[in-house]
Design a protein around this ligand. Structure first.
Ligand SMILES: *Cc1c(COP(=O)(O)O)cnc(C)c1O
Length: 400
């Protein structure tokens, strides 16, 4: 797809879209148009009848999308990519392309909430059976396979405890049974993890997070073989999860700095995680880069470049302490999402209790004292000072 091969990710994001669109602009133009003009009847017929034509109607494609797709495909090592309006647009459109009535899907007990909803309420309505398994056990995936299994859906690391799925093991067992595999790699980014290189068939990202990186756009992407991505495109034309050209252009701009940002976020996150692990008010830190993470060795093997900018930690004094910490931080806002320039925090206990119920949340290890922290691009010393200060508010002896 791209003219640029055998270069580092930093170079890929600068040049992989060159030549995709016939122009001489150094900074790419934005094609903010719904239809494109045909110069002859023959050209009109060709535009209408060519799959993924990027100058016919923007629901089918757009040159700005093609540039973003070229960069993402080159980064991920994929033959093809399809840009969508959101991460959920990519996941739902892909899953609905690959399975139908009578098929069986294996997925994880822990998934992003929108994915969990697709699996729990939408697929069953279309006659698709779903089995949810413990993602830490490759054997659990193997045991769940039936003759009807069409797809294994994984997400690693998974929110909010940064649980890891062994991608090579799942890919191997799926390939031996001719089952397709789809990995949501949003939290890792292609800088830290390349599922296709481990034998996974398809990768999806919420580009709203690290790929965009500035908390200012929503987009998603699915990547894989040209053949499957074209099938997903046919579904997308019917379902309509089309990105806006401006969001695509913002994403392209964000991607230029992806490796720089993620490398910095990897380093800051590890520093912050180590600080939190040593703090008396913190009872536990969930970060795959820490030796104390139950799957640290697997994460090291699978996440070659680093462990990402997302972590969670448990405040010893429970719900009250967690609320106190988040309320006392000055640099870190209370907000959903992650992966941008600005650090953000959420309280997964409250969010999960609201959506799946308190007992299910506790069963999944989502305690009331859990704080999820998305590391931004602030200086690590400033973030650590802010956290240190905020944690005093959560200490048992703190005056209220
Ligand atoms: C945010 C997110 C999604 C959904 O992406 P949107 O862009 O919000 O639709 C899917 N998977 C993961 C892991 C996410 O964090």
């Amino acid at each position: 797809m791209s003219l640029i091969t055998d270069v580092h990710a930093d170079t890929v994001v600068a040049h992989a879209d060159r030549g995709i669109d016939a122009d001489s602009d150094v900074a790419p133009p934005i094609h903010q148009t719904a239809p494109f003009r045909a110069m002859s009847d023959d050209e009109f017929a060709l535009m209408s009848n060519t799959p993924r034509h990027n100058r016919n109607y923007t629901r089918d494609g757009n040159p700005t999308f093609s540039r973003v797709e070229a960069v993402l495909a080159a980064l991920e090592g994929a033959e093809a990519a399809l840009l969508t309006a959101s991460g959920m647009g990519a996941i739902s459109t892909t899953v609905l392309t690959l399975v139908g009535s009578g098929d069986h899907v294996i997925a994880q007990r822990t998934h992003y909430m929108g994915t969990a909803q697709l699996l729990a309420t939408i697929l069953p309505r279309f006659g698709v059976d779903v089995t949810l398994v413990d993602q830490t056990s490759p054997q659990a995936f193997a045991d769940a396979v039936t003759v009807k299994t069409k797809l294994i859906l994984v997400e690693t690391p998974a929110n909010p405890l940064l649980t890891i799925t062994d991608l090579a093991a799942v890919a191997e067992l799926a390939r031996s049974r001719r089952i397709l595999t789809l990995c949501d790699s949003t939290i890792a980014t292609p800088v830290n993890q390349l599922p296709l290189s481990l034998g996974i068939d398809l990768v999806v990202h919420s580009a709203t997070k690290f790929l965009g990186g500035h908390h200012d756009l929503m987009a998603g992407v699915v990547l894989g073989s040209r053949e499957i991505i074209e099938r997903v495109w046919h579904t997308a034309v019917a379902l309509g999860p089309v990105p806006d050209p401006f969001a695509a252009w913002l994403l392209l701009r964000g991607l230029r700095t992806l490796p720089l940002r993620v490398e910095r976020q990897n380093r800051t996150a590890l520093e912050v995680a180590r600080f939190l692990e040593g703090h008396p008010a913190v009872s536990r830190v969930h970060y795959p880069g820490l030796a104390s993470h139950a799957q640290h060795e697997l994460a090291r093997r699978q996440m070659g470049g680093g462990f990402g900018g997302l972590m969670s930690f448990e405040v010893g004094t429970g719900s009250r302490g967690a609320h106190a910490v988040v309320g006392a931080m000055r640099l870190v806002s209370r907000a959903v999402s992650f992966g941008g320039f600005e650090s953000l925090a959420t309280l997964p206990g409250a969010m999960w209790s609201g959506s799946v119920g308190a007992s299910k949340a506790a069963e999944a290890g989502i305690t009331e004292g859990l704080v999820r922290l998305s590391i931004g691009l602030e200086h690590p010393s400033d973030l650590i000072a802010d956290l240190d200060n905020a944690l005093q508010a959560a200490s048992p002896g703190a005056s209220r």
